[in-house]
Design a protein around this ligand. Structure first.
Ligand SMILES: Nc1ncnc2c1ncn2[C@@H]1O[C@H](COP(=O)(O)OP(=O)(O)OP(=O)(O)O)[C@@H](O)[C@H]1O
Length: 265
C-alpha cells in the first residue's frame, strides 16, 4: 500500500479516437483531493475531449477511469454527475428561453438523482439549492432574467452555478475565462478559489496562462492527445518543449517575469 493520499479521480491509458484521429492518446493522470489541476495546450490538443470522456459525454475508446474508488468507465453522463462529477462547457450551454433561476432549478432537479419526464415539478429543495448557487456565483440579482439575454461573463457564471448546484466533489471547468476582460477574470479566479476552499476539487482547462498558472497547484500540458508536461506552475515556462510547442518565447518570458515578481513580492 502506498502511503500517499488516494487520488479522487484516476485515468489509466485513456484514449479516444475519432476515426483514425487520436484526440486523446494513452492519457494517465491522477487528480488528488482538494487540488486545482490546470490543463493547457494548443488548439486541438484533446483537452475538451478528455473532459468529455471523463464526464461521460463520449465513451473512451480504451483505458479506464475511476472516481472516488469506483470505476466510472462506460457510465453515462447522468450517472457520473450523480456520483459527484460536474462540468462546464467551453461554449455557452443553457436553456436560452428559461430564466436564470429556472436554468439552475433544472440542473438542481436532474443533477441530484435520476428524474423522468413527464410530471416535472421543481421541489422546494431544488429551488432553495438553485438560489444558494446563484448567490455563490453572484447572479442572484439576475434570477428573473432570461438566460439568452445575459452577457458573456454572466453566462460563464450561469454555467458554474448549474454545475455546483449538483454538489459535485470534483468540478471540471472548460475555458471559464475565455473572452473575458481582466477584471472579470479576477472575479472568476476568486470564485474558483472560494469553491476550492469550500472543499471542491477542481480541474480547469484554459488558454489564459497567467490565470491558469496562478490558480493551479499542478499543471498538465497536452499536445496531439498526449501529456507532454506535468509539473508545478512555475516550471511550465521553463520547459523547452512547452515553450517550443505552445507558449512561444515571448509568452514564456512574460510568465517567467510574472512568477519571479510574485515570488519576490
Ligand atoms: N466529435 C468529434 N468528431 C471528430 N473529431 C473531433 C470531435 N471532437 C473533437 N475532435 C477532434 O479531436 C481533436 C481534439 O479536439 P479537442 O476539442 O478535444 O481539443 P482542445 O484541446 O480542447 O482544443 P481547443 O483548445 O481548441 O478547445 C481535434 O483535432 C478535434 O478536431
Amino acid at each position: 500500500m502506498s502511503s500517499l493520499a488516494e487520488a479522487l479521480l484516476s485515468c489509466r491509458q485513456v484514449s479516444r479516437y475519432f476515426g483514425s484521429l487520436a484526440a486523446v492518446k494513452d492519457v494517465s493522470l491522477d487528480v488528488m483531493p482538494g487540488e486545482v489541476l490546470g490543463i493547457g495546450g494548443p488548439n486541438g490538443a484533446g483537452k475538451s475531449t478528455l473532459f468529455d470522456v471523463i464526464t461521460g459525454l463520449v465513451p473512451a475508446s480504451a483505458g479506464s477511469i475511476s472516481f472516488a474508488g469506483r470505476s466510472i468507465s462506460g457510465k453515462g453522463a447522468d450517472e457520473i454527475c450523480h456520483a459527484g462529477v460536474a462540468r462546464t462547457f467551453q461554449l455557452n450551454a443553457a436553456f436560452e428561453h428559461l430564466s436564470v433561476q429556472e436554468n439552475i432549478e433544472v440542473a438542481a432537479h436532474f443533477g441530484s438523482t435520476a428524474r423522468i419526464f413527464p410530471g416535472f415539478r421543481v421541489a422546494a429543495s431544488a429551488r432553495a439549492a438553485a438560489a444558494e448557487s446563484l448567490e455563490t456565483v453572484g447572479l442572484i440579482g439576475k434570477s428573473a432574467q432570461r438566460a439568452g439575454a445575459l452577457p458573456v461573463f454572466d453566462r460563464k457564471l450561469l454555467m458554474i452555478a448549474g454545475a455546483i448546484v449538483t454538489k459535485p466533489k470534483i468540478l471540471f471547468l472548460d475555458e471559464p475565462v475565455g473572452g473575458l476582460n481582466r477584471d472579470e477574470i479576477d472575479l472568476i479566479q476568486a470564485l474558483i478559489e472560494r469553491l476550492r476552499t469550500s472543499g471542491m476539487t477542481i480541474v480547469v482547462i484554459e488558454h489564459v496562462m497567467r490565470f491558469l498558472l496562478t490558480l493551479s497547484s499542478r499543471v498538465i500540458i497536452m499536445h496531439h492527445g498526449e501529456i507532454i508536461f506535468e509539473g508545478l506552475p512555475g516550471q511550465v515556462a521553463e520547459d523547452r518543449t512547452v515553450v517550443d510547442i505552445y507558449l512561444g518565447q515571448g509568452a514564456a518570458q512574460r510568465l517567467r517575469a510574472h512568477f519571479s515578481d510574485t515570488q519576490h513580492a
